[in-house]
Design a protein around this ligand. Sequence first.
Ligand code: NAG
Ligand code: NAG
Ligand code: NAG
Ligand code: NAG
Ligand code: NAG
Ligand code: NAG
Length: 355
Amino acid sequence: MENISWAVVSLVLCVAIGFVSPADSGAPLIFIFGDSTADVGTNNFLPTSMARADFPHNGIDFPSSEPTGRFSNGLNSADFLSMTFGLKRSPPPFFSLNAAYLSNKTFGGVNFASGGSGLFDITGKKSKNVVPLAEQIQQFSTVKSNLTAIKGGRRVTERSLFFISVGSNDLFGYYHSNSSIPKEEFLSSLLLAYENHLKGLIDLGARKFGIISIAPIGCCPSQRVHNASGGCLEDLNDLAVTFHSRLDALMSKLSSEYKDVKYALGNAFEMTINVIRNPLPFNFTQVEAACCGAGKLNGESFCSPNATLCLNRDNYLFWDLFHPTQAASKLAAVTLFNGGPQFVTPINFAQLAMA
Ligand SMILES: *[C@@H]1O[C@H](CO)[C@@H](O)[C@H](O)[C@H]1NC(C)=O
Ligand SMILES: *[C@@H]1O[C@H](CO)[C@@H](O)[C@H](O)[C@H]1NC(C)=O
Ligand SMILES: *[C@@H]1O[C@H](CO)[C@@H](O)[C@H](O)[C@H]1NC(C)=O
Ligand SMILES: *[C@@H]1O[C@H](CO)[C@@H](O)[C@H](O)[C@H]1NC(C)=O
Ligand SMILES: *[C@@H]1O[C@H](CO)[C@@H](O)[C@H](O)[C@H]1NC(C)=O
Ligand SMILES: *[C@@H]1O[C@H](CO)[C@@H](O)[C@H](O)[C@H]1NC(C)=O
């Protein structure tokens, strides 16, 4: 009789502790991979990197107007996505990790994303020093072994979410090199690289992927300046559309090969082109020029202390010649989290967390 009541009490205690302790609350750990669309300061640790944003006017709308390395006037999509899962903003960059954070109850994950990087190691070489996706996955492997030492194996990956936003820089590299490799062949090798990276993460225990495909990058201010009429570069946009459908097929194949793999694929092309064609309902009045930059459409140089800066930043789609404003990033994250099948398939990011 006594034994039975103790069992009941312990059970109740376990459940109660489960609710109060952040480490056991069921909130997923978040690991973020990719390029400048998700970088929250990785490249600040690479002094020779030319893909940096740790100077004004970047960060002008961040608390204390601090330039953090984000290519944004404030937060980016990695932050807003992390916030929907209960974090204060994106987890910190890998290079900033220390033993105290790793063993802290508030540990929420790690951000490995590096501006200028891509699926291919060679992408980003022009920026002198970036962390390609393959190396980001190596870094995750290190973090996993650190966490396993602290918390024990399965806990690290069983609930974790893996967010990946990558590929734009590979497409830019291909398009602007006037490569003689046919488009289909290039995309096949790019998707093969993606498949190998995903399998690497699956081997390390990753099971839930939130993947963001490539936006209509031909419509970035930096690309519109190559079009005499100021329109989008259609060939680049076509590459982004084909990339998405190939990635959709790849994810569907992987999830049938690995029965316990779940994914949500965000269609960044559809989400963004929808806003460009019909900006007013989203509070945007400028979807062609960058807020911060110089030259035609503010798209001919990066945002810098002496660049031209717009006032009504919430009404701009583009912060700089390549990147969305904080307002646009927030809209993207909300759409990924609870959007319908036009924008995110086969489930959205909220459903991924519950899956
Ligand atoms: C994490 O693991 C790596 C490789 O095993 C080790 O060099 C590093 O010191 C560890 N970091 C922490 C914070 O424990
Ligand atoms: C754990 O994280 C919290 C919130 O970030 C911080 O205030 C606290 O000092 C950290 N504890 C340790 C031991 O680092
Ligand atoms: C690619 O072609 C365009 C137009 O023909 C030219 O302006 C550009 O310099 C070329 N780029 C490279 C890397 O050769
Ligand atoms: C330039 O933009 C126009 C629309 O303004 C479009 O019709 C044309 O195809 C674009 N040119 C290129 C090279 O993409
Ligand atoms: C819409 O833009 C105005 C500035 O023109 C800004 O004050 C307002 O906060 C924006 N509304 C939303 C919902 O973002
Ligand atoms: C800002 O100044 C630097 C040198 O002082 C110059 O190289 C750069 O082109 C300027 N940028 C803009 C956007 O005017």
